[in-house]
Design a protein around this ligand. Structure first.
Ligand code: UDP
Length: 187
């Protein structure tokens, strides 16, 4: 998969959702949504965060910028659809761990996923309100114990990306930050 630096922000140019999730799965990447705002208003910090990970075009502005640079086959991949696509493609073989949102929302998300994907294996989940360092350490220990293939973190940016990086240091897997996607999914 090719990539381009847009205002210094490394943005991959996937030809399809499958190409992106397969690449992330093979390389144990943290997928980070890139849109025009994140490109135009990048700071040294936000740019470095994306460049350490797998930035993908989540908005049409990012796709236009990629196409202008010659990546004609790049497609837009909305993050709120990407995680469900990843589950659809991999739920029969891979295991999942969910972090984020309020307690009732994460519970409703797990219930709905079990309805939509009857054989899905969700190792464990917890809400996104980690109040102490000890709670974060307990979460990381639980993830290491369950060894999920995929970890979704829905807490808003950049909190979720920084947390995913800390967990990734302890457990290699595919990670995606989801912002408010659990709230959207359970509507
Ligand atoms: N959230 C969380 N922990 C926090 C703050 C927020 O789990 O400490 C959750 C919140 O419940 C909601 C989501 O993160 O589900 C907020 O997503 P938002 O829409 O702000 O993120 P965006 O999509 O804008 O990145």
């Amino acid at each position: 998969m090719t990539a381009e630096f847009l205002n210094g922000v490394q943005t991959f140019a996937p030809e399809s959702r499958d190409a992106l999730v397969d690449y992330a799965m093979e390389n144990h990447k943290i997928m980070v949504a890139v849109n025009a705002e994140k490109i135009l208003h990048a700071t040294d910090e936000s740019r470095a965060l994306i460049n350490r990970n797998l930035g993908y075009p989540d908005g049409i502005g990012a796709v236009w910028a990629l196409q202008k640079k010659g990546h004609n086959t790049a497609v837009k991949i909305p993050g709120c659809e990407l995680w469900l696509h990843l589950i659809q493609r991999y739920y029969k073989d891979k295991t999942f761990y969910l972090v984020g949102a309020k307690q009732e929302v994460i519970e409703a998300t797990v219930t709905q996923l079990n309805i939509d994907f009857p054989e899905i294996h969700i190792c464990n989940y917890r809400n996104g309100y980690l109040k102490t360092e000890a709670e974060e350490q307990a979460l990381i220990a639980d993830i290491k114990m369950h060894q999920p293939d995929v970890v979704f973190v829905a807490m808003g940016s950049p909190k979720q990306e920084l947390l995913m990086e800390r967990i990734q240091q302890e457990h290699a897997a595919v990670y995606q930050g989801l912002g408010g996607s659990f709230d959207v999914y359970t509507g």
